[in-house]
Design a protein. Structure first.
Length: 154
């Protein structure tokens, strides 16, 4: 598993420089904004269910129980919301009926490929476009690593 080096800024009274430290993150948070999905696909609870099963399988996770797929909201907030617990964290999504957009988050302490998530999205929801972000999640560097509190120094 490869975790990238993350830049950090060291600030002192005399200079500003950039160093690199290697993080071993606690988890990966993959955020996907789906633009103009197939209208029927995001309104179909069975399709959302099978999407969830396919996604869990494709990114090699283990589902913890069945997904919760609930339709609620009114006006421009109406749509299905999905919550699937996985052994390593969760998968959550909201499907907006008014715009046919959807917002999906996959959070796991086990690494996975964002491209695999996008492939399953394309197969089940056929959005015109997907914008995604891959975030590295780490609350605090270990004590032997410089952290935000130690970046300001004399």
């Amino acid at each position: 598993m490869f975790w990238p080096s993350t830049p950090r800024v060291i600030i002192s009274r005399n200079n500003l420089r950039t160093d690199y430290m290697v993080l071993t993150p606690w988890g990966i948070h993959s955020v996907h904004n789906l633009y103009r999905c197939n209208a029927h696909a995001i309104r179909d609870a069975a399709n959302i269910y099978w999407f969830t099963r396919a996604l869990v399988r494709r990114i090699d996770m283990k589902a913890y129980g069945e997904p919760q797929i609930i339709h609620f909201g009114s006006g421009n907030k109406a749509g299905y919301t999905l919550v699937q617990l996985i052994e390593t964290s969760n998968i959550c999504a909201h499907f907006v009926e008014e715009t046919n957009d959807a917002y999906l988050d996959v959070f796991s302490c086990k690494d996975f490929k964002t491209e695999d998530v996008n492939a399953v999205i394309a197969e089940y929801f056929k959005p015109e476009n997907v914008i995604h972000y891959r975030l590295i999640r780490q609350a605090e560097p270990k004590m032997d690593q410089p952290g935000p509190r130690s970046w300001l120094s004399d």
